[in-house]
Design a protein around this ligand. Structure first.
Ligand SMILES: [Zn+2]
Length: 326
């Protein structure tokens, strides 16, 4: 039923120009390269010189999309290539690797993780044969130790045999504060953030083009997800807004807005949750009542609202009930 070899084998490649209809968030600079296998519609697009992005599906993880849900990609230096998130399954990682090979024959020297969530990480094993160094936030190994087994079980449940070979490869080069990686003629500035979307969020700034890879510190279209701290997330967003980004790559979805205005929809959503959850706590509403009432007016602004919004309210309530500085 599932023939790994034939699906991974390089197939016909087509290159095409793609005119970005959605604006600056993922506006495209140059060519688009499509890889026909293992994910038939797997494409990468050059959003700034040497910065190639694959835009993941906004749908739930299924055997049809094979966990191809996050925005992932790679940055090409004169010496070598850095992957920014290897994707949600081994097959996605292999599709990304095949796309890299169509763009350049330079080796992959780094696989950088933006955070622990499985839709960003499970493709890692595709890059082990390259001898790449895996890089992440200093808190990422512990987070993976706590959540890893459950992530593996969920992946197998959702993808069945197509999950085979997907692994959580623990990073060995850890980032505390900031770290620069030299790809040859191109330097990446990695920054480890305080607790926000998660406790191990990392951004990548390609200093030569001003391209900022945000991971899930920025959601576009897809309902923002809170798995860290709502107060922390809002504080980090204020700091992100001050960064000199030209192009930027959100963790999910696309936007027509420019930087830093592209942060505004997510900021408004999180501010609304914080404000309304505080009011619910003041009015002695239970967490269940808050989930029912808070933020329902935003339902039509985001995809996947029913899957994530209630959890966001629950997480915010638990945080603000016991620890609030407002
Ligand atoms: Zn995430």
């Amino acid at each position: 039923m599932y023939d790994n070899q034939s699906r991974v084998a390089p197939a016909s490649i087509r290159a095409a120009r793609w005119r970005c209809a959605v604006g600056a968030g993922l506006a495209l600079l140059g060519s688009m390269v499509a890889v026909a296998a293992p994910l038939d519609d797997f494409t990468v697009s050059e959003v700034a010189p040497g910065n190639w992005v694959h835009v993941g599906s906004l749908d739930e993880r299924t055997v049809d999309n094979l966990g191809d849900q996050a925005n992932i990609g790679f940055i090409v230096g004169e010496r070598c290539v850095a992957v920014v998130d290897p994707g949600g399954s081994l097959l996605v990682g292999q599709a990304l690797r095949a796309a890299i090979r169509r763009v350049t024959d330079r080796p992959v020297c780094y696989v950088i993780y933006t955070h622990l969530h499985p839709d960003h990480l499970f493709g890692a094993a595709a890059f082990q044969p390259d001898g790449a160094t895996f890089v992440g936030h200093e808190k990422l190994p512990r987070a993976l130790a706590v959540r890893g087994a459950s992530y593996v079980n969920s992946l197998k449940r959702d993808l069945g045999a197509a999950a085979a070979g997907s692994e959580l490869v623990v990073p060995t080069q850890l980032v505390r504060g900031e770290l620069r990686l030299d790809l040859g003629g191109r330097t990446l500035l990695l920054k480890a953030w305080p607790v926000a979307h998660t406790d191990d969020d990392l951004t990548v700034l390609d200093e030569s083009t001003g391209t900022l890879w945000l991971g899930d510190l920025l959601f576009c279209e897809h309902t923002p997800v809170l798995d860290g701290s709502i107060r922390g997330f809002l504080k980090v967003m204020d700091q992100l807004a001050a960064l000199p980004a030209g192009q930027f790559v959100p963790g999910h979805g696309r936007t027509g807005l420019r930087w830093p205005e592209a942060l505004n929809p997510q900021r408004s959503y999180l501010q609304m949750i914080a404000r309304d959850v505080r009011a619910a706590i003041r009015n002695n509403q239970t967490i269940e009542q808050a989930v029912e009432s808070v933020g329902q007016s935003a339902r039509n602004d985001w995809t996947n609202f029913d899957r994530f919004h209630g959890r966001n309210v629950t997480t915010a309530y638990a945080e603000l009930e016991w620890s609030d500085d407002e």
